[in-house]
Design a protein around this ligand. Structure first.
Ligand SMILES: CC(C)(COP(=O)(O)OP(=O)(O)OC[C@H]1O[C@@H](n2cnc3c(N)ncnc32)[C@H](O)[C@@H]1OP(=O)(O)O)[C@@H](O)C(=O)NCCC(=O)NCCS
Length: 109
């Protein structure tokens, strides 16, 4: 299915370093970050975004780069379609905001 998606740009931040046998993350909160999720305009509304997010969450659940179970992303306040999609996957707003972006997080098992 995903071979039909023209452009998906999802960057999972994986900047981890091993220090003294433990993982250390770039930022204060150990987490997997999903950045810049986009589906080609001509392919939107066909279920690809939902499926892509399912696959990314499944992958993160394998803890490929470290043991954190926290997954975070940001969503523009004026993007109800994206917010609805994220909420349907279990993301909730944390209350943290940066300009027009709200932070949303979920926990993977
Ligand atoms: C947001 C985005 C990633 C969703 O991907 P998509 O493939 O279009 O979404 P899907 O077809 O998988 O639909 C998933 C849900 O999103 C919602 N949705 C998608 N497009 C929508 C639209 N234009 N208006 C309202 N809701 C919409 C639907 O509620 C849908 O849930 P449903 O199937 O229960 O109705 C995609 O539209 C996109 O790339 N948009 C432009 C970039 C962007 O805004 N990225 C998000 C940055 S935070």
């Amino acid at each position: 299915m995903l071979t039909m998606v023209k452009i998906i740009l999802i960057l999972i931040r994986k900047a981890l370093r091993r220090i003294e046998g433990k993982y250390q993350y770039d930022y204060d909160v150990p987490e997997y970050d999903i950045w810049h999720m986009m589906i080609d305009q001509d392919e939107q509304g066909r279920g690809y975004g939902s499926k892509a997010l399912d696959l990314v969450i499944q992958y993160i659940a394998t803890k490929p780069f470290g043991d954190s179970d926290r997954v975070a992303l940001t969503c523009n306040k004026d993007n109800p379609a994206a917010r609805k999609l994220y909420e349907s996957k279990g993301f909730n707003a944390t209350g943290n905001e940066d300009e027009d972006e709200i932070e949303m997080v979920m926990t993977v098992q």
